[in-house]
Design a protein. Structure first.
Length: 214
């Protein structure tokens, strides 16, 4: 336990200067503009000029913080990936029955679709993912970020859903299938414009996958 005297002697945590705070605000405004542009116009049409206009800053200010489009996309992707990491619980989830377990997993998959994938952030991330297939410079900068994220999300999900009778590797495969399906479903809007129909597909898929967690 820290005594009052010890707390008083402890140096205060450094605070950001006004200039540093302004830089943080400016970078945040730029990244939010990138996300909006990616969602509304796609990667190819998300130009520096368009981002600058959307962010409401000068070209010099933008390039000061982000010298290239690749740098913008790397930072934006990292921002988009961070909230999707599922924090590990203190222990595996416990359920009173198989049906309760199925319902919980099913609800989690639907939540991923509604809160993480079928959103402006999810669509923006998809644009960056697709771009890395042919943009060599971007791929070189960002591929390791995606690999690390994939490993982290698998480890976290495995810790949260470690269940008797289901091997950890099988769990990883099932959650990978979920991510692949949900990301791919974002492109299905070109073939199936009905949003309710796509949501129904998610629920059916979630039920099918959840039954494997028994």
């Amino acid at each position: 336990m820290t005594t009052p005297d010890a707390a008083a002697d402890r140096p205060e945590a450094p605070t950001a200067s006004r200039k540093e705070q302004q830089a943080i605000v400016a970078r945040d405004r730029i990244v939010r503009a990138v996300i909006d542009c990616l969602d509304e116009h796609g990667y190819a049409e998300t130009s520096i000029n368009r981002i600058q206009e959307r962010a409401g800053i000068s070209r010099g200010a933008l390039t000061h913080h982000f010298p290239s489009k690749e740098e913008l996309m790397v930072v934006t992707a990292e921002r988009l990936l961070q909230p999707t990491l599922v924090p590990p619980r203190k222990g595996p989830r416990q359920f009173d029955s198989a049906e309760q377990r199925i319902s919980a997993v099913e609800a989690d998959i639907v939540w991923m679709w509604e809160r993480l994938v079928d959103t402006r952030e999810g669509r923006a991330l998809l644009e960056i993912l697709v771009a890395t297939r042919t943009d060599v410079a971007l791929k070189g900068r960002i591929s390791e970020t995606f690999v690390r994220w994939n490993r982290a999300i698998n480890d976290s999900l495995a810790a949260n859903y470690l269940l008797h009778g289901l091997a950890e590797e099988e769990q990883r495969e099932l959650w990978t299938m979920c991510r692949v399906f949900l990301r791919g479903l974002n492109t299905q809007s070109q073939f199936e414009p009905d949003h309710h129909a796509r949501s129904a597909l998610v629920r059916s898929f979630a039920r099918m996958i959840a039954t494997r967690f028994v």
